[in-house]
Design a protein around this ligand. Structure first.
Ligand code: SF4
Ligand SMILES: [Zn+2]
Length: 318
């Protein structure tokens, strides 16, 4: 029998890593795994290239992937299971696999599970199943509190009210909600995107225990990549991310994935590593104080560019 390509071995997760997170304000060790499922059923968001990661994984494959990832769980208090889609979609993660995973996590004494799901799969019954096994945080890709931007520019296919309803289902049963916010959607200037992220954080805050600011990366085979190739999209500046983190009451975390690369959020190239490091430290310390020590020349360029953009297209910021 031909040997399976390692990347497409359905008994192995896409990737697994260890990191540090927060539980009740204290640092805790976490294990993150990305399971290879059939992929997101929606598969229409303009910045998302996860569709290319899907493969016809069975319940048995998914349990094997999970078990393989759990080999690295020693000492972990938090387990995050991502599927590049929705953990609660039974088409992606068949119920027997979900049940088995929950039982296993409960037996292993893990304190908190973090999963991601679109709101339409968040039902009282599924939430109850998770919570009766262990404390669970349900992460929802709200992206923005603005329905027009979410619908027209991101193509998300659900409303702010759908997010609120899902959050209420989770909270009624004592679960936690994490809301993902996107900086910056396509066809928004830097300033517009920054203001939208700030307004969205304020609007979503009352419905979530924690916010996660996701800085847009150019993923392959996406509409955003198409715009970027035509020179019509630039990933957000790291300065804009700092401004959002400084402007909203926490807890808010941000992992600047791909910072400093052409496809990732970036400043001038000189200061990217230092600013990204400050953003990572903030995720654990929730202290914006150290941001004031970051003073690199391109901050002025960022501000002037944003001002020019605003003057050209409206909404001047000065
Ligand atoms: S962003 Fe989420 S909902 Fe949208 S296509 Fe990607 S995985 Fe699906
Ligand atoms: Zn710089």
């Amino acid at each position: 029998m031909a040997k399976l390509d390692r990347r497409l071995d359905l008994k192995r997760p896409v990737t697994v890593w260890r990191s540090q997170d927060l539980i009740e304000g204290r640092e805790a060790s976490s294990l993150t795994m990305i399971l290879r499922t059939v992929g997101c059923r929606w598969n229409r968001c303009t910045m998302c290239g996860y569709a290319s990661e899907g493969a016809p994984a069975t319940a048995e494959d998914l349990i094997a992937q999970f078990e393989r990832a759990m080999q690295r769980s020693s000492g972990a208090q938090i387990v995050k299971i991502y599927t590049s889609g929705s953990f609660l979609d039974p088409q992606e993660l068949p119920e027997p696999a979900r049940d088995k995973i929950l039982q296993r996590l409960e037996a292993s004494g893990i304190k908190r599970l973090v999963i991601e799901s679109r709101p339409e799969y968040i039902t009282a019954e599924r939430v109850d199943k998770c919570l009766s096994s262990l404390e669970t945080e349900f992460a929802i890709g709200l992206e923005t509190a603005n329905d027009l931007i979410r619908q027209q520019l991101i193509g998300k296919g659900f409303s702010f009210q759908d997010f609120v309803a899902a959050s209420e289902i989770v909270h009624e049963q004592g679960g936690r909600v994490k809301a993902y916010l996107l900086l910056k959607p396509p066809s928004r200037s830097e300033g517009e995107a920054m203001r939208d992220a700030i307004a969205s954080a304020r609007a979503a805050g009352p419905f979530a225990e924690v916010l996660s600011l996701n800085l847009c990366n150019i993923q392959r085979n996406t509409y955003v990549e198409h715009l970027w190739e035509k020179g019509e999209y630039r990933p957000p500046w790291l300065w804009s991310a700092l401004e959002v983190l400084k402007s909203v009451p926490g807890p808010i975390v941000c992992d600047p994935v791909g910072a400093g690369t052409r496809r990732g959020p970036h400043n001038c190239g000189e200061c990217d590593a230092a600013v990204a490091e400050a953003i990572r430290s903030h995720a654990l310390a929730q202290d914006v104080g150290p941001f004031d020590n970051l003073d690199f020349v391109c901050r002025t360029a960022w501000y002037e560019l944003m001002d020019l953009e605003e003057r050209a297209f409206g909404n001047p910021i000065v």
